[in-house]
Design a protein around this ligand. Structure first.
Ligand SMILES: *[C@@H]1O[C@H](CO)[C@@H](O)[C@H](O)[C@H]1NC(C)=O
Ligand SMILES: *[C@@H]1O[C@H](CO)[C@@H](O)[C@H](O)[C@H]1NC(C)=O
Ligand SMILES: *[C@@H]1O[C@H](CO)[C@@H](O)[C@H](O)[C@H]1NC(C)=O
Length: 379
């Protein structure tokens, strides 16, 4: 069965083709030829979610780089407090619409750097700002003319004509990340789902038995930027097909990650007047949910799978709650970056899972080290 599984995962990634030889070893490896993710010896697996970091804003002004340094400080503080097994960058890693450089991979790399330097493996997915086209600030065309910006920044050997300020496509950002980083578990999903790119599945295995999956992590690209904010029908069909193939009896728990909340979040959101009350858990509820533009049924499919425990999204910087939605939890992460709108204190949502029995817990770790909103989602 797990041989079969090894081949099925190939469909999720065009990088994995060579693995489908039916050899025992190939079965035990991630499609991207990484060591298999597994629960640690104490039977836990802890994930830190960094949402909406927005690196690269106003790079030509003093406060832009200062903001990014602040975001790196948040990431470092959270990682040193939590020492997670895995990190997920939950979209809007950069603000491409603010980047007056031809190649945004440099900022993408800055965001990843504190995780990489601690040798923690990670995965990324795309938000609506990551490949947005550059938006020329109107004031650049003032009476004084277009101001001098540092283009290109250091380390790029670029001739003048390559300095055209345009967004870097998702595929290119992902390619650069995967090429350079041994610890990256990110993947460009199947080509037939493009322009949405960050569609892939990771398996986390038991600490005791590598062939035994304890949880599947599904990553979906909820669009935005260079195309509409949607999870397409093609992605829904892909999820349906993949989940049925790798987890046909729904015996393995499944956790889902994407960037922009679905409309179901609107339905269950605490009203602004009532604040966040049980059964919802969280600390800020300061703006309306900004959902995807259109939906083609992903929520119906998730609701039908008893194995799906929770969905985690970012996007709304002023929301950090989790609320139940039938048999699963819909959760916001926590705005982690100094970039992007809002001055709510920065933090990160933590997910901790335990095997035998499977328990899923979550809490929010703030930049200042404090912890709040801890609860058990599934046990
Ligand atoms: C960076 O963080 C410091 C300390 O929290 C804060 O005072 C400052 O305003 C921040 N700067 C920016 C540009 O966000
Ligand atoms: C983007 O920058 C990276 C270095 O960070 C470089 O390796 C890559 O070739 C660049 N891509 C393009 C399209 O310029
Ligand atoms: C430029 O490259 C040097 C050496 O590789 C590195 O230390 C530095 O951080 C880089 N600067 C930028 C802006 O990427």
């Amino acid at each position: 069965m797990w041989k079969h599984f090894g081949c099925l995962l190939i469909i999720t990634s065009f990088y994995g083709v060579v693995l489908c030889h039916g050899e025992e070893e190939s079965v035990l490896r991630q499609p991207n030829d990484k060591a298999l993710l597994r629960f640690s010896a104490d039977s836990t697996f802890k994930i830190t979610l960094f949402a909406d970091l927005h690196y690269g804003e106003a790079a030509w002004l003093d406060w832009g780089p200062e903001q990014d340094a602040n975001s790196s400080r948040v990431i470092s503080a959270v990682l040193d407090n939590e020492t997670p097994d895995f990190v997920i960058y939950l979209g809007d890693v950069i603000t491409a619409n603010n980047l007056p450089i031809p190649n945004a991979s440099m900022y993408w790399d800055q965001a990843i750097s504190p995780t990489r330097s601690r040798e923690i493996p990670w995965a990324t997915l795309f938000g609506n700002h990551d490949d947005a086209p550059f938006e020329w600030p109107p004031e650049w065309f003032s009476a004084c003319g277009i101001p001098q910006v540092s283009c290109p920044p250091a380390n790029f050997s670029i001739s003048g004509e390559e300095c055209s300020f345009k967004g870097t496509p998702r595929v290119e950002l992902m390619k650069m990340e995967m090429k350079k980083n041994r610890l990256s578990y990110s993947m460009s999903g199947p080509k037939e789902l493009w322009p949405s790119v960050s569609n892939y599945i990771l398996r986390v295995s038991s600490s005791k038995d590598l062939t035994s999956p304890v949880v599947f992590l599904y990553f979906l690209d909820s669009g935005g930027g260079s195309f509409p904010e949607v999870i397409s029908k093609a992605q829904v069909d892909w999820f349906h097909h993949q989940s049925k193939a790798i987890n046909p009896d729904e015996s393995v728990p499944e956790v889902i990650f994407w960037h922009i909340p679905s409309k179901a979040y609107v339905k269950i959101a605490p009203t602004s007047l009532s604040g966040i009350r049980m059964p919802c858990i969280g600390s800020i509820n300061d703006e309306p949910v900004a959902p995807q533009e259109a939906e083609w049924g992903i929520m119906d499919i998730l609701l039908k799978r008893s194995s799906v425990k929770a969905v985690f999204v970012g996007h709304n910087h002023g929301l950090d709650w989790c609320c139940p939605y039938n048999n699963l939890w819909l959760c916001f992460a926590r705005h982690s970056g100094y970039g992007g709108y809002g001055t709510w204190p920065r933090g990160a949502r933590i997910i901790e899972m335990t095997e035998h029995p499977f328990v899923l817990k979550s809490w929010i770790r703030m930049e200042d080290g404090s912890v709040h909103s801890e609860f058990t989602l599934s046990s």
